[in-house]
Design a protein around this ligand. Structure first.
Ligand SMILES: *[C@@H]1O[C@H](CO)[C@@H](O)[C@H](O)[C@H]1NC(C)=O
Ligand SMILES: *[C@@H]1O[C@H](CO)[C@@H](O)[C@H](O)[C@H]1NC(C)=O
Ligand SMILES: *[C@@H]1O[C@H](CO)[C@@H](O)[C@H](O)[C@H]1NC(C)=O
Length: 393
């Protein structure tokens, strides 16, 4: 008797949900409502993505993509010394921008390389914490890839190539904060009680990015210095889900404020390299660099600094079997090349997926995730169960 009652309650709820969907249902700008949006199914099915970290930091190409901050704010001795030895005393970080030449950047070639990896989505860094947009932003005068450096619309070219040459979903990383933007610094010094930077720079730019390039993913970052209230995040997401040109297909992560990470939003990124190792019911993503020490390209990287193919594939298997997607990062050079070691890793990943893709794409976690005795067996399921076994090394 009790069971029957429970069932009818569930059915009533289901009907109500359906009615809401057919009438003009609107997400409200609060997390309870925004979290109720189902993640578009393409994202979970895709499993494998490639992250591309590129910007002015690719010019010094030493240290990490945090070069500006590490040099000027942290005053890291290695970077201070590097600048002293190799550049004139009054050289500033913006002086690197004209050397971000991108003369070998060929978006069609990049699209082919991405395709060879078997990845189903790509996330391009459209603007990192240095605040340099890789597209001709109306809100970043003389500090974007059209006005300085490449003199090209990098985002536009890659979006077009990926869409015309592959079936890969095109997504974009976007940093909310900009380390040295005077408006941001002013708001921060006001204890984030004022929102001039949000109102006139970072949010208008994000709307521009969505309207102009219609990304399948907004991979937000640079949120951690303050809460979602300062960033106006719920208002942006309500617009994104209700009215934007990508409202039905777009996926977002969880980096929308220091109080939001790992709790709200679309899929969970939590921290970089997040990989809980056990089944996580809420969709999550493991973003990892292929160079252990940097997301941006490092000229002084050594072979051992790059993850081996075996390490990469065991990360893929563990991530997918525990319910995650994996986003593997590469860092192009300032002239626009994806160096051969990255090309080779991506191609090998593609060959592995060519054979084993059935256990990855569109799979679901199984009742067991891993084998506890040998530690090298991870399970996924389709209609049947897949077993991914690695040779032990
Ligand atoms: C951006 O700037 C261009 C050129 O100045 C102008 O034509 C366009 O209307 C502007 N777009 C927006 C959204 O302000
Ligand atoms: C926040 O978003 C809402 C809705 O778009 C807008 O009316 C408001 O001006 C925004 N606030 C800031 C500080 O940008
Ligand atoms: C494997 O599975 C067990 C329980 O099923 C779990 O405790 C363990 O953390 C998992 N991960 C690894 C790497 O063994």
């Amino acid at each position: 008797m009790e069971k029957t009652i429970t069932l009818s309650v569930v059915l009533t709820f289901f009907v109500v949900t359906n009615i809401l969907n057919v009438s003009c249902f609107k997400y409200e700008p609060n997390w309870e409502s925004l979290d109720s949006r189902p993640l578009p199914s393409w994202y979970d099915e895709a499993k494998i993505g490639i992250f591309i970290t590129w910007g002015v930091f690719s010019v010094p190409s030493f240290g990490t993509e945090w070069f500006w901050w590490t040099w000027k704010e942290v005053k890291n001795p290695a970077l201070v010394d590097f600048m002293k030895k190799n550049y004139r005393p009054d050289f500033t970080y913006p002086d690197f921008a004209p050397q971000f030449t991108a003369e070998f950047f060929n978006a069609n070639e990049w699209a082919e390389i991405l395709k060879s990896s078997g990845a189903k989505y790509v996330v391009l860094v459209s603007k990192h914490h240095e605040g340099f947009p890789l597209w001709p932003s109306n809100y970043s005068w003389n500090w974007n890839a059209m006005d300085v450096g490449p003199n090209r619309d990098i985002v536009g070219e890659l979006a077009k190539a990926v869409r015309s040459k592959t079936d890969i979903h095109f997504g974009m990383y976007h940093s909310l904060l900009e380390w040295f933007n005077p408006l941001y610094i002013q708001d921060r010094e006001n204890g984030f009680k004022t929102q001039d930077f949000v109102r006139t720079k970072t949010m208008p730019e994000l709307y521009e990015l969505v309207n102009r390039y219609e990304p399948d993913i907004i991979w937000s970052d640079g949120d951690w210095t303050t809460t979602d209230v300062y960033w106006n995040a719920t208002n942006f997401l309500a617009w994104l889900y209700n009215e934007s040109p990508v409202k039905d297909k777009v996926c977002v992560n969880d980096r929308w404020g220091s109080n939001i990470r790992c709790k709200h939003g679309g899929f969970l990124n939590c921290n970089d390299k997040y990989n809980p190792g056990v089944l996580n019911k809420k969709k999550w993503e493991n973003c990892m660099e292929m160079d252990r020490y940097s997301w941006g390209y490092r000229r002084n990287a050594r072979l051992a600094d790059y993850f081996s193919m075996h390490e990469l594939l065991s990360e893929v298997a563990e991530t997918v079997s525990t319910g995650g997607n994996i986003l593997i990062n590469i860092g192009p050079t300032k002239d626009g090349m994806i160096i051969p070691i990255y090309q080779e890793r991506l191609k090998q990943l593609g060959s592995w997926l060519g054979v084993n893709g059935e256990a990855i794409y569109g799979s679901k976690p199984w009742s067991h995730q891993n084998d506890t005795i040998t530690k090298n067996i991870w399970y996924t399921s389709q209609i049947a169960v897949n077993v991914i076994i690695f040779p032990l090394i």
